[in-house]
Design a protein around this ligand. Structure first.
Ligand code: ZN
Length: 332
């Protein structure tokens, strides 16, 4: 089968298209013929070899949809793999599992014609849902669901600020926060993206290049600040995120695309009694709840572009440059 893989860590230039054997099935696994696979930032981290090394060569791709070989069933794959036995799994906190692995990050994923996955992690998708849209759901919408619903516990009428609002997971967070009944503020870059983010339903959108957004958020909330900030940018926005939070606010972070070592003014933390909550991926229950809502048509992913698998290197370059709006999808 054809696969986009890398033999060494590095920049996008290490991505190659090669002919490799089909994956061998382990116990409880099914072979999925991949119809689409979306890119995530974790594909970039895995390729760069940070923060840990993985067995090489490696096939990325955590967001996989396709047909099960043998039955032809259309499925989407939950990419979070947990042991089911450790104390966190027993408490139904699968993303905290001591052996937690992500399809496409720790083990070979879906940037290929076929991928082996546990049958317990495949979910049927109706004929009316396109491959490209369904491929956008697993990582971004699962992560955003846990961030907004479970970790931030967003309630109707609350003010929620979403940073980095052109990324797939931030777009998902905006849509989920609106569904939860929040007033949504968002920060993005460029007038075109401002219009697009408004089109997603965000109530107030700031252009990071134009505005001192943290001061404007304060002004636009009658000097109260927001109840919740959903962060994925890190170093470049962290200080502003703390400033924009109101008293008793919650800051939920699931990424650090601009760098991981942000400075905090601790006085803001204790004066405003802010809670900082880390989050990643989703529990089985959260992921299944997200999927039910999404497959009803209540959450509509934004596809930036669809590229053939042969252009996997271009897909890496495009995501790395940060100019995309929504998800980059590869089709074998
Ligand atoms: Zn476990």
């Amino acid at each position: 089968m054809r696969a986009a893989l890398f033999h060494e860590h590095g920049g996008p230039e290490v991505i190659r298209l090669e002919e490799v054997p089909r994956p061998e099935l382990g116990a409880g696994e099914v072979l999925v013929r991949v119809r689409a696979a979306a890119m995530n930032h974790l594909d970039l981290w895995a390729r760069r070899g940070l923060p840990f090394a993985i067995p090489l060569p490696h096939i990325g791709g955590s967001d996989v949809v396709g047909t099960v070989e043998g039955t032809g069933q259309r499925v989407v794959v939950n990419p979070g793999l947990w042991c089911g036995r450790c104390r966190y799994c027993v408490q139904a906190q699968e993303p905290l599992c001591v052996q937690y692995r992500i399809l496409g990050e720790h083990i070979d994923g879906g940037f290929a014609e076929f991928v082996a996955v546990p049958s317990t992690h495949t979910y049927p998708i109706p004929d009316g849902v396109s491959w490209e849209e369904a491929a956008c759901l697993p990582v971004s919408y699962g992560t955003a669901w846990r961030a907004v619903v479970t970790q931030a516990t967003v309630r109707p009428g609350e003010d929620v600020l979403v940073l980095g609002a052109s990324g797939g997971t931030a777009i998902a967070a905006i849509q989920i926060a609106k569904l939860a009944g929040a007033r949504v503020f968002a920060v993005t870059r460029g007038t075109e993206n401002v219009d697009r983010v408004r089109g997603l339903g965000a109530d107030v959108v700031y252009d990071r290049a134009e505005a001192d957004w943290s001061a404007q958020v304060f002004r636009d909330t009658a000097k109260q600040g927001v109840d919740v900030v959903i962060e994925n940018v890190g170093e470049a926005t962290w200080k502003g995120s703390l400033r924009a939070l109101g008293r008793g606010g919650r800051l939920v972070t699931y990424g650090a695309t601009s760098g991981p070592c942000a400075e905090s003014d601790l006085r803001q933390l204790f004066w405003k009694q802010i809670r900082i909550i880390g989050t990643t991926m989703a529990t089985r229950a959260e992921w299944e709840a997200m999927l039910r809502v999404a497959l009803c048509g209540e959450l509509r992913p934004v596809v930036d572009c669809v590229l053939p698998l042969e252009q996997a290197r271009s897909a890496h370059e495009r995501l790395e440059a940060g100019g995309q709006f929504g998800k980059i999808v590869l089709v074998p």
